[in-house]
Design a binder for this molecule. Structure first.
Ligand SMILES: [Zn+2]
Length: 449
């Protein structure tokens, strides 16, 4: 029984810890100088100025142990797109490629070699925790890796990946197979389906997979706008057809292109009913303004993975446009098969550089990227609200906290250091109130969980 069930937060008798720092960044309230977060039973009991939090605890007769940290204290980072099981495929991610097909060839060679997917995923989970990540949207392609989030005590959603189904095979046995596989994904911390991409699945599975998860109240996630092939072909390019393809009996996105239609992959999946607030997408690189407007209209967040895009040889994501247009964004590392590390703050820094290069000059850039890597990620995977909410520091939210050893004399200095130079500087990671990593080393998880 959790503390909340036993009689609400703040009950006597159960241990309380206080984590304090020069700057505390709740994300859903203004930054707090000389702030503190009180934690009990893995949840946040109080957030505010240190003196106020201590007074509150004293008034309720609650003793506490205090951890005072140097630097800035934030909500745990949410990696909104990764494949932890590919942590052993770093040889691929350390290369440089000429686009998606070139990278995919190198990936396929390495994927076919023998792997211990469970152990490689566990290594990715450990590296993530050390880097300040407390929840992950993790794509699982081989069932051996399905339990990694729960085993590591991480939050987030394990998305079972579905790909390479043609219509006839899907109708004959695909749906039954995927439903059976879905039941094998551990319920903790969360479950979803990831239809891989519009070009690797025919129309029938793309129509039915969203319903399979929606019937069960689960989450949906797909790669979209990652390869240039998915971008809209404008009429002047090659005389593409732009009449409505929807009634042409098109069996797949690839067939649509072969028939001469120029529609983007985003408009294609939207017509099939895939997008929605219970779905988030990864990459969103090859997106027109109309595609981005579709994502906003459906409430679909995009997880930007700029370092993966660079390794594969893609264009940078249009982060300045997403920010100006007010699209919901989150940030992901993708996997070590296409990225140099699982340190999510390095992707924050890359996005800062890209946004400035794309002409985004507004002063809110630091704040908005920090929001994207915390609350934005929680929102993308449906965990910003509800009883186990994450991505922000507020009463009752899960006590997932991280500390960065940055110059925290002022809020603007701290934000600049976090966003422009935050990689490698996570000095403590707290998950559900338990300190899980400190100064670059993983601590042993307590035996009771
Ligand atoms: Zn991916």
């Amino acid at each position: 029984m959790t503390g909340a069930e036993a009689g609400g937060p703040g009950g006597p008798g159960r241990p309380v810890s206080v984590h304090s720092a020069r700057i505390v960044v709740p994300m859903t309230a203004p930054p707090i100088l000389d702030g503190a977060v009180a934690v009990q039973d893995g949840r946040i009991l109080h957030v505010g100025e240190h003196a106020w939090v201590v007074d509150q605890l004293a008034a309720r007769g609650l003793a506490f142990t205090e951890h005072h940290w140097r630097g800035a204290l934030l909500p745990g980072l949410v990696n909104a797109h990764s494949h932890l099981q590919y942590t052993g495929m770093a040889a691929v991610g350390q290369g440089q490629y000429d686009g998606f097909d070139d990278w995919a060839k190198a990936f396929d060679v390495e994927y076919e070699k023998p792997h211990d997917w469970r152990a490689e995923a566990a290594a990715g989970a450990a590296a993530s925790i050390v880097a300040g990540v407390t929840s992950i949207a993790d794509i699982v392609t081989d069932m051996e890796a399905a339990s990694v989030l729960g085993d590591a005590g991480l939050g987030g959603v394990a998305f079972w990946e579905v790909m390479n189904w043609e219509n006839a095979a899907w109708e004959a046995r695909g749906r039954d197979q995927v439903v059976a596989e879905l039941e094998r994904i551990p319920a903790v911390p969360g479950v979803g389906l990831s239809p891989h991409a519009p070009y690797s699945l025919d129309v029938s599975p793309l129509l039915e997979l969203p319903d399979i998860v929606r019937q069960r109240g689960l989450r949906l996630h797909l790669h979209l706008g990652e390869s240039a092939f998915e971008g809209e072909r404008i009429p002047t390019d090659h005389g593409e057809r732009h009449e409505d393809w929807h009634f042409a009996g098109v069996p797949s996105f690839r067939a649509l292109r072969e028939l001469g239609f120029g529609a983007s992959a985003t408009s294609f999946v939207d017509r099939l009913g895939v997008l929605g607030p219970d779905c988030h997408i990864a990459h969103g690189v090859y997106m027109t303004a109309a595609d981005r407007a579709l994502l906003r209209a459906r409430g679909t967040a995009v997880a930007l993975c700029p370092r993966s895009n660079a390794v594969i040889g893609l264009d940078p994501p249009p982060v300045a446009d997403y920010l100006r247009e007010g699209s919901p964004i989150a940030i992901g590392t993708d996997s070590l098969s296409s990225s140099p590390s699982l340190d999510l703050m390095a992707d924050v820094t890359a996005l800062h550089r890209i946004a400035r290069a794309q002409g985004y000059g507004a002063l809110d850039l630091h704040e908005r990227l920090l929001a994207a890597v915390t609350l934005g990620g929680a929102n993308a995977i449906g965990l910003a609200t509800g009883p186990d909410r994450i991505g922000h520091l507020a009463v009752g939210a899960r006590a997932d906290l991280i500390v960065f050893d940055v110059d925290a004399r002022t809020v603007p200095d701290a934000f600049a250091a976090l966003v422009e130079d935050g990689a490698g500087r996570a000095s403590a990671t707290v998950i559900r109130g338990e300190i899980r990593a400190q100064d670059g080393a993983l601590l042993t998880k307590e035996a009771h969980d």
